[in-house]
Design a protein around this ligand. Sequence first.
Ligand code: E4P
Length: 217
Amino acid sequence: MKFFVDTADTKEIRELADTGLVDGVTTNPSLVQKSGREFLDVVKEICSIVPGPVSAEVVALDHEGMMKEAEVLRKIADNVTIKVPLTIDGLKTCKALTEDGTMVNVTLCFSANQALLAAKAGATFISPFVGRLDDIGQDGMDLIADIRLIYDNYDYDTEILVASIRHPLHVLQAAKIGGDVMTAPPKVIKQLFNHPLTDKGLESFLADWKKTGQTIG
Ligand code: E4P
């Protein structure tokens, strides 16, 4: 499973990239707003830190406007992935860009039928938002399972990018179902390292080691 970081905070991206865990990055207009920085500058910096796909979202609602914005964004670096919303114009843009060799992430997916449309439009990634479905009382992971089944039925190459991840259980469930990628905030990725028995075991190993009076090297 590939790990993407869902943030526009370059300090956090650098810190996690050093662990070798980061296969890509996703941003959205809200995350850019939170960073307080210029969108194009942030995307450029992220692309210089992470060689994998870096999603940058268009904000135009019409196909022509999306194509113009995508033109600006994809010039930033080869690993820029254009993020388009799951609308008719978004999928038209998806088709045009993928046919032109640009990676596309279709975002704001909340149903399996929408995911089917994105695959037919040639999307590189489909982003189903599990957390936001959970928020309205639907099980977001059911959607991931449905998309997995449908994509496998027809051998679609579109990668399922499990998004809107809120906690480590989402990561585990997505991995068990076979999501190709998960994108999570840095906080959730850091939580994956934690287990109380790891802390307890380390503490007791170090206490016993101290009793030996030895040093290494
Ligand atoms: C994905 O690409 C989105 O940026 C993100 O996962 C949305 O997550 P949220 O629902 O926590 O805002």
